[in-house]
Write a protein that binds this ligand. Structure first.
Ligand code: ADP
Ligand code: F6P
Length: 321
C-alpha cells in the first residue's frame, strides 16, 4: 500500500486542475496517506520543490482556474539526468508514488520517469485540447468550449450588424475538438479542422451561394492546427465581396472558472487516481468511458487514435446550409 505520494500539474494548464488537486489531497488524507505537492510541474520535481499538503491547502480552490501548484513545460525532463535528480528528491522524502495531472506530453513524461526510476505513477488527463484517447473528455475541455462559444455568440452579434464574415481561431494544438464542439454549438457556417481536408475555394463558393440566397453574415471557426484565421480572412477578402474580419482566441481558452462538468470530472478522476496508486497501480491514467471510470496503461492508451466524432462532423455540414 502506497502511504506517501506527491501530486503535480504539468504542461498546458486547464480549468479544473485545481478541482483534481483538491480531490487527490482529500482522498489521500481520508485514506491515511501523507500527501505532498510539487510546484511548477517537472521543473519543480527536478528542483526539489516538494512540500507536504493538508486539507486546508485545497480549501476553496474547486472554482479556481489555473493550478495552485503552478505548471511548466520542461525540455530538460526529456533527458535522463533531470529525471534522476527528480527521483533523488522523491526518494529522499520517502515518497512512493506520483500523481501527474496534465496532457499527453505530461502523461508520457510520467511513464518514462516511472519505467526508468521505478517510482509508481498514475496520470489524470487534463488538457483543453481533449486529445487524450480512451477517455470521454480530458479535464478543461468543456470549459474551454464554453469560453470559445461565448466569444462566438458575441461576435455573431457584430457580424450580423455589419453584414460581415468573421473567422475565429481556437486552440487545440494538432486537433479540432474545440473547433467542432464550439462551432457546432455556435452554429458556425464553416468549421475547419486538421482532421478533415478542406478547400478554401469551395468554402468561398458556399459563402457566395449563401450571399445569393440573402445570407448576409457568417461565422467560420478554425482550429489553430488546420489554418490561421488571418489566412482564411485574407482569402475571403480577395475572392468574395464580403467584408471579413478575424480574431484569435488564444490563451483565454485556458483560463476561467471550471464548469460544473469539469469540476465533477476532476473530482471523480482525482479520487480514483489515488485509489489506484494506493492499491499498487502504476503506469496508468484514469478516465471515463461512457461516463464510467476506467484506467488505461499510459503507453498503450496514448498510442491509440482519438478521432473526431463523425456524427458531429456530419451535423456541422448539414446545419450550416
Ligand atoms: P501537455 O502535457 O499539456 O501535453 P507538453 O507536451 O508540453 O504538455 O508536456 C509537458 C512536459 O512533459 C514537457 O514539457 C516535458 O517536461 C514532459 N515530457 C513530454 N514528453 C516527454 C518525454 N517523451 N519524456 C520525458 N518527458 C516528457
Ligand atoms: O495544449 C494546450 C494548449 O493550449 C494548446 O491548445 C496550444 O497550442 C498550446 O497549449 C499553447 O502552448 P503555450 O501555452 O506553451 O503557449
Amino acid at each position: 500500500m502506497v502511504k506517501r505520494f506527491a501530486v503535480l500539474t504539468s504542461g498546458g494548464d486547464a480549468p479544473g486542475m485545481n478541482a483534481a488537486i483538491r480531490a487527490v489531497v482529500r482522498t489521500g488524507l481520508s485514506k491515511g496517506a501523507e500527501v505532498f505537492g510539487v510546484a511548477h510541474g517537472y521543473e519543480g520535481l527536478q528542483a526539489g520543490e516538494i512540500n507536504p499538503m493538508d486539507s486546508k491547502d485545497v480549501g476553496a480552490i474547486i472554482s479556481l482556474g489555473g493550478t495552485v501548484l503552478r505548471s511548466s513545460r520542461s525540455p530538460k525532463f526529456k533527458r535522463s539526468p533531470a529525471r534522476t535528480a527528480a527521483a533523488g528528491h522523491v526518494r529522499s522524502l520517502g515518497i512512493e508514488g506520483l500523481i501527474v495531472i496534465g496532457g499527453d506530453g505530461s502523461l508520457t513524461g510520467a511513464d518514462v520517469f516511472s519505467r526508468e526510476q521505478g517510482i509508481a505513477v498514475i496520470g489524470i488527463p487534463a488538457s483543453i485540447d481533449n486529445d487524450i484517447p480512451r477517455t470521454d473528455n480530458s479535464i478543461g475541455f468543456q470549459t474551454a468550449v464554453d469560453t470559445a462559444l461565448d466569444a462566438i455568440d458575441r461576435v455573431r452579434d457584430t457580424a450580423y450588424s455589419h453584414d460581415r464574415v468573421f473567422v475565429i481561431e481556437v486552440m487545440g494544438r494538432r486537433n479540432g475538438f474545440i473547433a467542432v464542439e464550439a462551432g457546432l454549438a455556435g452554429g458556425a457556417e464553416e468549421i475547419l479542422i486538421p482532421e478533415r481536408p478542406f478547400d478554401l475555394a469551395k468554402v468561398c463558393q458556399r459563402l457566395v451561394a449563401g450571399q445569393k440566397r440573402g445570407k448576409r453574415s457568417s461565422i467560420f471557426v478554425v482550429a489553430e492546427g488546420a489554418i490561421k484565421a488571418a489566412a482564411v480572412c485574407a482569402f475571403i477578402t480577395k475572392e468574395t465581396e464580403y467584408e471579413a474580419r478575424y480574431l484569435v482566441l488564444g490563451h483565454m481558452q485556458r483560463g476561467g472558472s471550471p464548469c460544473a462538468y469539469d469540476r465533477v470530472l476532476a473530482t471523480r478522476l482525482g479520487h480514483h487516481a489515488v485509489l489506484r496508486l494506493m492499491a499498487g497501480g502504476t503506469g496508468e491514467y484514469v478516465g471515463t468511458s461512457a461516463n464510467k471510470i476506467v484506467s488505461n496503461p499510459i503507453r498503450e492508451g496514448l498510442a491509440t487514435e482519438k478521432p473526431i466524432d463523425p456524427e458531429r462532423l456530419e451535423l456541422a455540414g448539414i446545419m450550416a446550409r
